[in-house]
Structures are given as structure tokens and as C-alpha cells.
Design a binder for this molecule. Structure first.
Ligand SMILES: *Cc1c(COP(=O)(O)O)cnc(C)c1O
Length: 464
């Protein structure tokens, strides 16, 4: 088995009326001719046949070699790197695909599985793209890697930069970062630079910094991140014995993840590794749903482009994004597979999250949009009850513990202060809450409590 050789892959502008292309090692972030986004184009014909690919990937599951143990680099035939690339890895990927009977009943489907990308080394799917982006930083000889982020991207970059012994700077809007995510970046030794202003101010400074050649920018537009992230499609297909599900449903923020799933499945299909592509559906939070709105707009006006939302609002901070950069690529993935884009309410997200928890699987709020979205799609007749469905969980439960404890104590409120809504209107009900209880430190008190609590835990208040 030979890997794709460097001269067979290139960076290509996605604008159809431009089509400029660049070598893999040209350090640029957007097309220098038209400013469009770049994507990696791999020459897949150079690969061996589908059977050989499936076999080599299967064999590597039993290998002890570090490259084979990574759930990203195991699929290196799909990646634009040579065999001797200086790989920076934390054994990312390798995330479980769980059956979720409780969540399945909640959604009204018989076959629901959860692909838990929150089980990555730093607790989110960002690691699968960071391993390739930081490897590319090494190839380019960068000394410093930077990003602007309010959370998971920062934590992930900080970790991979530490592995690569690269300097790392994280620009965060002061006072707007979750404690857990900030803690990660600090522990991994990144320079955490708090800038006054909002995310967009941090982003502007980052762009200026990137003009310096020794600094490599690892934001969402970086096409090498998409390459690593797309391998989740191969891992998922392999976990399904190459029989992909009918639907894959995921949250959408900046839309890099949806883009990556789309590219991953398409390449596997073009190679003949899978015989069809799943329908890809993207779910946003109601207060941060420019992509869902675009999807509706295009039904009447097919040439509509994305209109950014100035003040996105949602407690699911990982998808609190008003101007998603990768919307064109993600739209292609959704429409080509016959998928949908929809939005769900804060209440639906919170309840879906608690139901996922009851299957013994935790996730962060943004991830739960997937299950909330599936429930909607079943109701709307887009997903049939007998279809096979995979929901993508993007982040770990402990990324936002504050949200969780508040929900379970019925103290969760949206904070869209601008909207003049009363406190009652902003309250998110703890529909499936499980608050802590104070008991006397005696055997009897505890046994008595457990007896009364039993009904609650077996088949409590209907989840439908
Ligand atoms: C980044 C992230 C998302 C959104 O992914 P995009 O690629 O920006 O659409 C969703 N959930 C979690 C937990 C994330 O970290």
C-alpha cells in the first residue's frame, strides 16, 4: 500500500469561477487570487482498490505502531501527507459508537447510535483536525501556532502545540471562556492572551499576526484541519462493517465538522469503500441558526447566500457563531446527500442532553442538538422510525459542568439580555432533572429515600 504522494495532492480554491490551485506547502489561508476558501484535493485514483484499503485499515487495528493506533493516521491513505511526515499525535480518534436505547425511544427510532467524538484526548472532535494541522505547521517550519477561539479549538491547539514543542498563543475575548476550556489551555502551557473586545476583535489581530511567516494560523478555514476531521467518516464506516447508516446528524457552528463528514464520505464512496453515502443533516441552535435560515431561503431563492447573524444567542457556546466560515462547503455536503438543516430550541437541547445522559453517555450542550434534531426529523417524516441513524456527539460532558448542574436543579436560564424577556420566559425547565438530595447520615434515611426514588429511575416521567 502506498500513500498519496505529495505531488498528487494540492490546495484548490473552492470558487467555481476561480479554480486557482496551490502546492500543499504554500503557506496561505485563502485563495490569493480571489479570497475564496481553500480545500485539499487528493488524487484518489492513485490509491489501491477498495478491498485492499479496507484490509489494510482492518489490519492496523491490531498494530502497536503509534501511527496505526491513531484513529486519524490509521487512514493515512486519505491524507495529503507523505509517509515520512513528522506526525504530531495524541492517539486521537478511536472514539466509541454507542447504542443508545433510551435516546432512541425519545427520538422515535429503533436504531440510534451515538458517535462520541467527545472521547478524544482533549474532549472534543477538534483533536482529529488539530493533529493534521499541527503536523502541517511542523512541515512548514513554523515556530508559533495561533488561533482565536472561545473554547475547544484553543484547548486542542494548546495540547498539540505542546506535543510538537511549538510556541502557542491563544487569543480569547476576555471573560467569555468556559472555566474548563480555559483550564486546559493553561495546563498545556499555551500563552493565553485575553483581549478586550469580542471574538471578532481577537480574529482581526490573528489575521494581522499571520502575515509573519514563522506564525501559522490554525483557525477553521485551515484546510488541513478538515483533512484530519474527515477521517471520522472512515472510522464510523469501519465500525459499521462498511454498511453506513441511513442518516448522520450533527451540530453545526462554523460548519467545519459537517464539511469534513461530507468530504470523508464522498471520498470513501468515490473509492468504492462504501456503496452509498448517508444523508447528512445539520442542526443549529435557534438563536444562532444562520445556516438553517439559508437552507429555508434557498427553497424559494436558490442563489441565496448566507446572511450572518450579528448577535448569536445560545447556551451551547460551541455553536454560538453568527457567521460560519465553511457554509458553502457544508451546504454542498448536505444537498448532495439529500440532507436537511434545521434549528432546535434551548429547551429541546437541554432535554435531549439529559436523555443522552440517561443512556450513561454525557456530552456538552452543543452536541445534544443532534439528538434534539433527530426527534424533529422523525416527527417531520424525514427520518423513518425504521431507518438507521447516527448522532454525532462533538464534546465531552465536563466541558460545561455549570450548565449541567443548573439544569438538574431547575436553575438554568438563557442569557439573551437584549431581548427584554422576563426571567420566567428565559427559564429552561428541568424536564428530566435529577437534583441532588440532602439526607440524614443514617442507613434508614438512605434506604427510605432510595425506595421513593426508584420509580424515578426505572421508567420515570415519560420521555415522549
Ligand atoms: C467546534 C464544536 C462544534 C461546532 O463544529 P463546527 O465545525 O464549528 O460546525 C460543535 N460542538 C462542539 C463541542 C465543538 O467543539
Amino acid at each position: 500500500m502506498t500513500a498519496v504522494s505529495l505531488d498528487l495532492a494540492l490546495q484548490r480554491c473552492i470558487e467555481s469561477n476561480c479554480g486557482a490551485h496551490y502546492g500543499l506547502n504554500e503557506q496561505l489561508y485563502v485563495c490569493s487570487r480571489c479570497g475564496g476558501l481553500l480545500e485539499i484535493q487528493n488524487e484518489l485514483h492513485a490509491l489501491a482498490d477498495a478491498n485492499a484499503l479496507r484490509n489494510v485499515w482492518q489490519t492496523r487495528l491490531a498494530s502497536l505502531d503509534g501511527k496505526d493506533c491513531s484513529g486519524v493516521w490509521r487512514y493515512r491513505e486519505l491524507l495529503p501527507f507523505s509517509e515520512d511526515a513528522p506526525i504530531v499525535s495524541l492517539a486521537e480518534g478511536n472514539t466509541p459508537l454507542y447504542e443508545a436505547p433510551r435516546a432512541a425511544r425519545y427520538c422515535g427510532v429503533s436504531d440510534l447510535r451515538l458517535k462520541h467524538q467527545g472521547c478524544n484526548p482533549t474532549g472534543s472532535f477538534k483533536d482529529t483536525g488539530m493533529t493534521t494541522a499541527v503536523t502541517q505547521a511542523r512541515i512548514l517550519g513554523a515556530r508559533t501556532v495561533v488561533c482565536a477561539s472561545t473554547g475547544n479549538t484553543a484547548a486542542s491547539l494548546a495540547a498539540y502545540a505542546a506535543r510538537a514543542q511549538l510556541k502557542c498563543a491563544i487569543l480569547v475575548p476576555r471573560g467569555q471562556v468556559s472555566q474548563a476550556k480555559l483550564a486546559q489551555s493553561l495546563d498545556y502551557g499555551a500563552a493565553v492572551l485575553e483581549v478586550d473586545g469580542i471574538f471578532d476583535d481577537a480574529m482581526r489581530v490573528i489575521r494581522e499576526l499571520a502575515e509573519d511567516e514563522s506564525i501559522y494560523l490554525v483557525n477553521s478555514i485551515n484546510p488541513f484541519r478538515i483533512e484530519g476531521q474527515k477521517t471520522v467518516a472512515a472510522e464510523l464506516a469501519q465500525q459499521c462493517a462498511w454498511q453506513v447508516p441511513d442518516h448522520v446528524v450533527m451540530p453545526g457552528g462554523n460548519l467545519g465538522n459537517s464539511t469534513a463528514f461530507g468530504k470523508g464520505f464522498k471520498e470513501l464512496f468515490d473509492l468504492g469503500v462504501i456503496s452509498r453515502q448517508p444523508r447528512l443533516h445539520v442542526v443549529q441552535a435557534e438563536g444562532a441558526a444562520p445556516f438553517a435560515r439559508l437552507f429555508v431561503d434557498r427553497e424559494s431563492e436558490p442563489s441565496s447566500t448566507l446572511a450572518p447573524i450579528r448577535h448569536p444567542q445560545t447556551l451551547a457556546t460551541a455553536i454560538k457563531i453568527g457567521a460560519p466560515v465553511s457554509w458553502q462547503k457544508a451546504l454542498r455536503a448536505v444537498t448532495e446527500t439529500g440532507g436537511r438543516v434545521l434549528s432546535v430550541t434551548e429547551q429541546e437541547i437541554a432535554d435531549a442532553k439529559a436523555i443522552i445522559g440517561r443512556d450513561g453517555i454525557g456530552c456538552e450542550p452543543a452536541s445534544a442538538t443532534s439528538v434534539a434534531g433527530i426527534k424533529r426529523l422523525v416527527k417531520d417524516g424525514v427520518i423513518n422510525p425504521s431507518d438507521s441513524v447516527v448522532a454525532v456527539l462533538t464534546g465531552h460532558l465536563l466541558k460545561d459542568a455549570d450548565y449541567v448542574t443548573k439544569y438538574h436543579q431547575d436553575k438554568l436560564y438563557t442569557h439573551d439580555r437584549a431581548s427584554n424577556r422576563s426571567k420566567e420566559e428565559r427559564h429552561i425547565a428541568g424536564t428530566f432533572s435529577n437534583p441532588p438530595t440532602r439526607v440524614k447520615a443514617t442507613r434508614d434515611a438512605i434506604l427510605q429515600y432510595l425506595e421513593s426514588h426508584e420509580s424515578h429511575h426505572v421508567e420515570d416521567r415519560s420521555v415522549d
